[in-house]
Design a protein around this ligand. Sequence first.
Ligand code: TEU
Length: 538
Amino acid sequence: MKRTWWKEAVVYQVYWRSFFDSNGDGYGDLEGLIQKLDYIRDLGVDVIWLNPCYESPDKDNGYDISDYYRIMDKAGDMATFDRLLHEVHKRGMKLIMDLVVNHTSDQHPWFIESRSSKDNPKRDWYIWRDKPNNWRSYFTPSTWEYDEQTGQYYFHSFAVEQPDLNWENEEVREEIYKMMRFWLDKGIDGFRLDAIALLAKPEGFPDAENPYDIRYLTNNPGVHDYLQEMHEKVLKHYDIFTVGEVAFVSPEEGLKYVGEDRNELHTLFHFEVCDEMPTWDPIRFKQIQKRWYEGLWGKGWNSQFLNNHDHTRQVTRYGNDKQFRVESAKLLATLVHTLPGTPYIYQGEEIGMTGVKFDSIDDYNDIAMKNKYAEEVAKGRDPKEVLESLQLLSRDNSRTPMQWDDSENAGFTTGTPWLKVNPNYKEINVKQALADPNSVYYYYKKLIQLRKQNPVMVYGTFRDFSEHDPYIYAYTRELDGVRWLIVLNHCDNDNVYELPQELASVDRHLLLGNYTDVKEEGSALHMRPHEARIYALQ
Ligand code: TEU
């Protein structure tokens, strides 16, 4: 398999508005990120993925862009961005930006022109129809919004304020490519391509049989033509890293985006876990990993993550954030960093930050959650019940400010934070983590070091020895005669893992574990709650 820097990399996602506020306005900012770069570097991170910081009315936290060439005031300005890039590079790290080109803001001048009249030259830059079909958007009941001025409907996969660009229009594509070159010429190291599987729309917009199953929004014919053109005209001319957000995709379909012979993207985020597995489901999780491994290995590259700014923090959603928070956070880290693919860390994950439950809908900000809440309450449902039903998966679970210390507002801001701080910041914060040699933070650091020193962790073949076990996940990675065994007891109780003959008959040496006193006991491994171990086999 071809070795590349981005296969070996560990990526750290910075949701800047919740990272560190340098000017007391309650929002994190690029200057704040600059001030914390040493913290990120010390963890061992190679690449920073920065969420969108372009000019935006901020209806969907920067994913509604009104000027691709400017930095939004809350984040800073272009001079600060340039300094950020310089400071990241100075520390030997790389920076990738979010590329949001499925849609713009409705305040983007292109859309303002487009909606102004039916014969405006930019009319065709967006998608206009006389009649809607029955599709649902991600964030609202319909994908179509009626526009009084011209008496037609425009299409939006997400919020009403996020009209989809018409990728069939060549001028649109050329404008986007030009904008991409602008950022790449500044020296950024790649893109995370937002909602990229949505670019192509099906001919004629036929009604869906079940409008609630929104798969029709993604992976439509034509999407690969656009990506190949983008590759040809932009991407291939730079030494960069690209990762596409590709929802509702099978490994077979996924390979079309990332196949090494396809000239599209390097890697993808598939969402078979985060979108389609609401709570921990071990057998299903193992099947997903196996299928993706078999589908991609040697042909295209995968990513590993269990949370991001759209998905509830992993220790809350898939682990145990109460009795075994520290052990569980370390176990999940072990999983993400030892499965095949590039691992992602979402800010705060490295100190085991948890999700939140706010008492009132007013304390939430997430447009997806708020629109859904309004829709359900309008149907006459009990507001309290609706709130409760939306809490676990609200995107604000992962968006609360980074917890730096136990001072007011967790040291995130001297002002009023744009989203409330998680009340548990007095116990869970960076200062505490750095002072405790057994913290989640130092465990991440060790995992990252291991990855740097051992190619087997990146390029080793994968084999699951526990397909039907509901608690233990045991698998090997193997490369050039080096063989590692990873054993995880994803469970609140003790369990014994009886090593299969093949693994029991060789010597083993513990490389890393999340309990300090591991006694070696022959072929039966007595695993404690949420215990994780990485062995080298001889
Ligand atoms: O998300 C796209 C998206 O579809 C997610 O909302 C979904 O939950 C899933 O993770 C992918 O199927 C991206 C951004 O990450 C999100 O923050 C934006 O709101 C959205 O695009 C619109 O730009």
